[in-house]
Design a protein around this ligand. Structure first.
Ligand code: BGC
Length: 707
């Protein structure tokens, strides 16, 4: 297919149509009804609907085929639709939510999960996934932290890359692979006060230092599309932002793939107050090189007029259309418009043993042990009680798991009963729901498992919160169990870091599971009974109180860093420590890992030299286990203030019982570079520190000079 020749045959309306994305029902619904419903709301007529270039969301292979078929029948040039959807952490085999994936510190496993998501989703005829979400997230009030890889730029880059490589695998033309659309460009995670869709006001320096790494790594890994964000940057909505889209993406990063708006975000520039009306929004969108408009019709309703009246050059339209046609060609859709859609294959592949095994491995590595006062692992002879809203719940998928079915998931109490004796399992939400008989059983038990947290609908898009604590009723249950002198373990389900300060003294153990997906209960039960040794580490700090937010480990030193707690006239609080309750990189294990003897091969290096670093790590326990050895640097003197520590590398390593290993790292100039006020990556001479450990707050340190 020669797309340049094809372009020449298209009328201006047909070209503009390629830039419009609509939901599937437009093409197969009862058109008469639709014409008076959403179609009319968008100001479209039936003919215009059938000019659209792509579809948002699809339910199954049969639905995809029906939509494509009905579309192609009416299409003059038979240009197939592309089907795009939010396959965020699995199609039907649901993997841990992205925040939990990041806690695994295991990009290889996450790549496999993305690969499986692609294989499964492709059977429904999906070609593009709106993933990864590479928005750096420092504010747990923001509901979308659940879709992110957390607060660290390096980790964000590592996982963004892994996801793209998993989805696109050996090429988007092949069956079983998806094209990846990285989102939301840019800095959506910096919404003020953690309120979704809110203002973003950060400097260019900040954008480049911290917020861009995820998108950049995704693009370097070959992501084919970029989605714009809802927020403004430097006062201009991202969707029409010339600096972000043209200067940075197209020119500096030489991205020539498709840029798509977020849902309705082009006409929303009117509410932002930067476009006068849809005509103006359409003009600004095309000038910024925005290609596809998702779920709105500003382009369809206005581009023709803008071009014919000479306000826009048709060249811009042609370039945008060519990018869309090229994506269709690269996906192989001109050869097979129904590519991948195969309900028989779906039955064989979806939820296969192989896929579930990967989901289980990732769930095992994603959960984080936050507290363990000699309670875990449990002995199978101990009699347990399971209470809390997740005691019998099988919906452990978390947000953005449209195609997953809770019926495919084992409830927690069933999984636990395979390992130990369950005296009672009851999904109580308040103390009042416990009967006298229940209390008698609790008194007879050895351990109470408290399965609690947020509902899945409390995180995700538009799910910002100001109160990050467990409910009053849940806290009452926890305190009551403690008053009975019962030992307890809190198994947490939630989509964001919670404020746990009031709860930690009342429980003996805490397992943070986030939402682990289809194999959640198996992974949790194995962990409770020691068949899985927890190895997850937090990708985001857990604050002591909401008032500390944003609290992140890679903060700057300030001119008045505190030497002592609550020091006056230093950068501290009167009523709280600066430190979070659980820091970035923290996570316990049943093994005990000891770090000793950090050593550098040189005390001075030139800018081009590599520094060899080693450290001894010993598992001083009888439990075999994995440990994530984290390497941070600090650059003490630079032309701009640098963070007190920054993760630069990590290695997740398996240790046999009582095994000792010398772990080696090579620190190169890439690890030492920073971005200066000219937005250039550079190294200054001077003092640096290397810090290594199993958590960002417990590190061994050595210094060296760059000369
Ligand atoms: C979200 C995107 C998502 C899109 C399509 C928007 O509301 O912000 O992340 O990909 O909807 O579902």
């Amino acid at each position: 297919m020669n797309i340049n020749n094809l372009l020449k045959k298209l009328t201006i309306e047909e070209k503009i149509g390629q830039l419009m994305q609509l939901a599937p029902f437009f093409f197969i619904g009862d058109l008469k009804k639709e014409v008076y419903g959403p179609i009319e709301a968008l100001g479209l007529d039936e003919d215009e609907v059938f000019l659209a270039g792509s579809v948002l969301g699809i339910g199954s292979a049969d639905e995809m085929k029906r939509v494509q078929n009905s579309y192609l029948k009416r299409s003059r040039h038979k240009i197939p639709l592309i089907f795009m959807a939010d396959i965020i952490h699995g199609y039907k085999t649901i993997f841990p939510v992205p925040l939990a994936m990041a806690a695994s510190f295991n990009p290889e496993l996450v790549k496999k999960a993305a690969r499986i998501s692609a294989i499964e989703a492709q059977t429904a005829g999906i070609h593009v996934t709106f993933s990864p979400m590479s928005d750096l997230s420092r504010d747990p009030r923001w509901g979308r932290v659940v879709e992110s890889f957390g607060e660290d730029p390096y980790l964000n880059g590592v996982f963004s890359k892994a996801m793209v490589e998993g989805y696109q695998h050996d090429g988007i033309d092949k069956i079983g692979n998806l094209a990846s659309c990285v989102k939301h460009f840019a800095a959506y995670g910096a919404s003020e006060a953690g309120r979704d869709y809110n203002t973003v006001d950060i400097s260019r320096l900040n954008l480049h230092q911290y917020y861009l790494s995820g998108y950049k790594k995704a693009l370097e890994a070959g992501a084919q599309l970029v989605m714009t964000s809802f927020n403004i940057f430097e006062g201009v909505p991202a969707t029409t932002n010339q600096y972000l889209l043209k200067e940075l993406l197209r020119e500096k990063w030489e991205f020539n793939g498709v840029i798509i708006s977020d849902y309705d975000s082009l006409p929303q520039t009117i509410a932002h107050g930067t476009s006068e009306d849809e005509l103006d929004a359409a003009k600004k969108g095309l000038l910024a090189s925005l290609d596809i408009e998702m779920a709105s019709a500003s382009y369809m309703n206005n581009l023709k007029k803008l071009i014919e009246e000479g306000h826009l050059d048709i060249k811009l339209l042609d370039e945008a259309v060519l990018r869309v046609l090229k994506l269709k060609k690269d996906l192989g859709l001109f050869n097979d418009p129904y590519k991948g859609a195969d309900s028989r294959l779906e039955e064989i592949l979806v939820l296969s043993k192989e896929h579930l095994d990967v989901a289980l491995s990732l769930a095992r590595e994603s959960l984080v042990l936050l507290k363990n006062d000699n309670l875990l692992p449990l002995d199978k002879k101990e009699k347990v009680i399971i209470i809390g809203s997740y005691a019998k719940e099988n919906n452990t998928m978390g947000p953005w798991s449209w195609h997953g079915k809770k019926e495919d998931i084992m409830p927690l109490d069933k999984a636990i009963s395979m390992y130990g004796e369950v005296l009672l399992s009851k999904p109580v939400k308040s103390l009042a729901e416990l009967t006298k008989d229940d209390i008698t059983l609790i008194k007879k038990s050895d351990v109470v498992i408290l399965a609690m947290g947020e509902e899945s609908s409390e995180s995700g898009e538009a799910k910002s919160k100001t109160n990050l604590r467990l409910s009053l009723d849940e806290k009452e249950i926890i305190k009551y169990i403690k008053s009975l002198k019962k030992r307890s373990v809190l198994v947490l389900y939630n989509g964001r870091p919670l404020v746990l300060s009031e709860i930690t003294p009342y429980v003996d153990g805490i397992i943070e599971t986030f939402f682990l997906g289809t194999m959640s209960s198996e992974a949790i039960a194995e962990t409770l009974y020691g068949h899985n040794n927890p190895s997850g580490k937090l990708p985001m700090s857990f604050p002591r109180s909401e008032g500390q937010i944003p609290v992140y480990y890679n903060h700057l030193n300030t001119g008045r860093p505190a030497k002592n707690k609550n020091e006056l006239y230093a950068s501290t609080y009167l009523d709280s420590s600066n430190e979070p309750l659980y820091p970035f990189g923290f996570g316990l294990s049943y093994s005990e890992f000891i770090y000793e003897k950090i050593a550098l091969d040189k005390k001075e290096i030139t800018k081009d030299e590599t520094l060899k670093v080693k450290i001894d790590v010993t598992n001083k326990s009888k439990f075999a286990g994995k440990e994530t050895i984290q390497l941070y640097i600090r650059d003490y003197k630079a032309s701009v203030s640098r963070p007190v520590k920054e993760l630069k590398q990590f290695k997740k390593i398996y240790f046999k019982p009582f095994e000792k290993k010398t772990v080696l790292f090579e620190v190169t100039k890439e690890d030492l570079k920073y971005i200066n006020t000219n937005l250039k990556r550079t190294i200054d001479k001077g003092l640096f520190a290397i810090m290594i450990g199993g958590s960002s707050d417990k590190l061994l340190k050595e210094t060296f000079e760059v000369i």
